[in-house]
Design a protein around this ligand. Structure first.
Ligand code: PGA
Ligand code: ZN
Length: 423
């Protein structure tokens, strides 16, 4: 089947900010559309999202953050190269790489390349009469990932109501994805109820749908989530465990880690100790970005002392970038990677990063961004790539629930197995 049309345009994300959509039409009359997400707590080594700030395209009412340059790159530079081609994700990605060979896709914009690359994946899957999940896996049984879900959020997503970015839960004892999700919803409801009873403001929802309840210490926030788990009748640790996204780059000044609410500053060595104590005193099984994106030494020092079963995960550290992943493998700085397609810019090279991680015994967690949209391709990628884990935010907001609902659909309609990477 051949490509008849490639079309880019500007749409809105869950924060009401502009983002890129791309459609690919095929000779059978079908059209396949993908919209790209956008981060707020971004790492500086991510692929470059092109925004119009400072250019003649900048739209006044979007504060210059419109994406018309990226859209123009799709319509004027990318589309003419692809029209009349047989639909194939790998050949689309190859052409995008030839057009902009920079690793960070700064010329075309990673938002332009990823939108086209995802639309190509959807169109190619359609050409093969498969869902996107099935397109990527030849196995009969699909592997449904373990969810990692926000309960409390602070940091850049919630006006810094808490020093670290997120406290999440992982329903390690659930026997199915459907059961996992029902536990999570109940715990989130309980957290909202307990917050309200304690007089906290609970109607503030963070960008990823977590509760933006203010806490004056990380320990108290962890204990609050633990209490919410117990109150719904689930066992902390064996049934539901905690995960943190520290997002430490956000409060590292190049020299010290500065907690704003507690007014405490830590040297790198002190912060390694702080994280060590926190993870051993709380029922935490996964910790993301406990140190800043270029503080490799702290990552290495912590990984040396961390219990083997603790998941130590790089988001801003690794930015779904093969070179940075290889550096982490060589220096033993982490044992898990967050996989965000828009940190990378192409579907095939994102998959290559995931494969390299897996080949080196890293856990892989496919992840949404804080600025999301109603698409659900992320769920299909997580399943199709047998990622093992998925992180989407909370169970609040249709841009989040679109992904959970797609996983529920796959579990209900396909031959599946629910993965537990923490067993
Ligand atoms: P972001 O946050 O999408 O704003 O970067 C998500 C995360 O840090 O995991
Ligand atoms: Zn993160």
């Amino acid at each position: 089947m051949k490509i008849t049309k490639v079309f880019g345009y500007q749409v809105l994300d869950s924060r009401g900010r502009p983002t890129v959509a791309a459609s690919i039409s095929l000779t059978d009359g079908s059209t396949h559309t993908a919209r790209v997400p956008s981060g707020a707590s971004t790492g500086s080594h991510e692929a470059k999202e092109l925004r119009d700030t400072g250019s003649k395209h900048a739209e006044k009412f979007f504060a210059g953050a419109s994406v018309q340059l990226a859209v123009a790159n799709i319509n004027e530079k990318i589309a003419p190269l692809l029209i009349e081609d047989q639909i194939s994700l790998s050949s689309v990605d190859n052409k995008l790489s030839e057009l902009d060979p920079s690793i960070d896709h700064a010329q075309l914009g990673a938002n332009a390349t990823l939108a086209v690359s995802l639309a190509a994946a959807l169109a190619d899957a359609h050409g093969q009469n498969k869902s996107l999940a099935r397109y990527f896996t030849a196995e009969k049984q699909l592997l449904i990932p373990m969810p990692m879900v926000n309960i409390l959020s602070g940091g850049a997503h919630a006006n810094r109501t808490m020093d670290i970015q997120d406290i999440l839960i992982i329903p390690v004892g659930a026997k199915s994805f459907t059961q996992a999700l029902s536990w999570i919803v109940a715990i989130r409801e309980m957290a909202a109820k307990l917050g309200k009873e304690s007089g906290a403001v609970t109607n503030l929802i963070a960008d990823e749908g977590g509760l933006a309840i203010a806490f004056d210490s990380v320990e108290k926030a962890c204990e609050f989530v633990t209490k919410s788990i117990e109150k719904v009748g689930l066992k902390v640790g064996t049934e539901v465990a905690l995960a943190l996204d520290v997002a430490a780059t956000q409060f590292f000044d190049g020299n010290k880690y500065n907690f704003a609410t507690t007014n405490k500053s830590y040297t790198s060595a002190e912060f390694v100790k702080y994280i060590g104590d926190l993870t051993s005193n709380q029922p935490i099984i996964s910790i993301e970005d406990p140190f800043a994106e270029d503080d490799w030494q702290s990552w290495q020092n912590f990984s040396e002392i961390a219990p083997k079963k603790l998941q130590v995960m790089g988001d801003d550290l690794l930015t779904t970038n093969l070179d940075r992943l290889n550096q982490a493998i060589a220096s033993k700085s982490a044992n898990a990677i967050l996989i965000k397609a828009n940190q990378n810019g192409l579907v095939t090279s994102t998959l290559n990063v995931l494969k390299q991680a897996r080949a080196n015994n890293f856990n892989t967690v496919v992840s949404a961004r804080s600025g999301e949209n109603e698409d659900s391709w992320l769920a299909d990628l997580a399943v199709g790539w047998s990622a093992g884990q998925i992180k989407v935010g909370s169970t609040h907001g249709s841009e989040r629930n679109a992904k959970w609902n797609r996983l529920l659909e796959l579990e209900a309609t396909e031959e599946c197995r629910f993965l537990n990477p923490f067993n």
